[in-house]
Design a protein around this ligand. Structure first.
Ligand SMILES: [Zn+2]
Length: 242
């Protein structure tokens, strides 16, 4: 795969260069390796690699969703319903489950922490829209993410993009929380990472218990966020639950 000289260059420039670029499309081969490294360090979503292209997935899901609608007794010759199977298939593959595709992993740039910033960085109220893997109904919430940098910092919008990438999978909130923390810990090279998610699950709202008010909170606190009482409290105080 990646040739040794390339890797060596990466490694030696990591400490001295201003930017470590992980850019899809720019150095496609190199990027594939790096995204693979990131994803190898994130606990996995249970998946099998069926070898289907995105186009093939859309075709197959369109067929299957047509069957589901027919079994439900819906008339697919109706103007309003005819295109629904393909619309759903495209939405699954290209949008709400795009996080199953490693090629959709966001462009990542890590910057050397030249200012030696050593305090907590917190990004609040990150929109966190996902799908419950048990019922295929939406999970609608907010994430708060924090870290204490070591030698690297990351553009703040990258944190939103990481949350969004892993949210765009069929999920359980506990796994989503941990995948975001795993990813940040690996990219930033620090164990001082904290992730909190507060979300409403539409499988709880629309069916089962039908509780419209309740929300679920999950957290993954690592490093100082776990072991130092004051760091933990400072982080938890910043969480706004809506
Ligand atoms: Zn559910």
């Amino acid at each position: 795969m990646a040739k040794a000289p390339k890797k060596t260059t990466k490694k030696t420039t990591l400490k001295t260069s201003k930017k470590q670029s992980i850019e899809p499309g720019v150095h496609a081969h190199e990027t594939a390796v790096l995204v693979k490294q990131i994803l190898d360090n994130v606990r996995p979503t249970p998946m099998i690699h069926n070898g289907l292209s995105n186009e093939e997935k859309i075709e197959k899901i369109t067929e299957k969703f047509t069957e589901i609608m027919e079994v439900l007794g819906l008339d697919l010759t109706d103007d309003s319903l005819g295109d629904t199977p393909r619309r759903v298939a495209k939405m699954y593959v290209n949008e709400v489950f795009a996080g199953l595709d490693a090629k959709k992993f966001p462009k990542m740039t890590v910057i050397e922490n030249k200012m030696n910033y050593d305090q907590m960085i917190v990004v609040q109220s990150i929109s966190c829209l996902s799908f419950c893997e048990h019922h295929f109904l939406p999970i609608d919430g907010f994430a708060t993410v924090a870290y204490i940098p070591n030698q690297k910092v990351i553009g703040l919008s990258k944190i939103n993009r990481i949350v969004q990438y892993f949210a765009r999978r069929p999920q359980v909130q506990e796994r989503l929380t941990k995948q975001i923390a795993d990813c940040l810990q690996y990219i930033l090279g620090t164990e001082h990472v904290a992730v909190h998610i507060n979300a409403k699950h539409y499988c709880v709202v629309m069916r089962g218990i039908e509780d419209t008010g309740s929300t679920t909170s999950t957290a993954d606190l690592r490093g100082h966020f776990k072991s130092r009482q004051e760091t933990r409290e400072e982080f938890l105080q910043q969480i706004k639950t809506k």
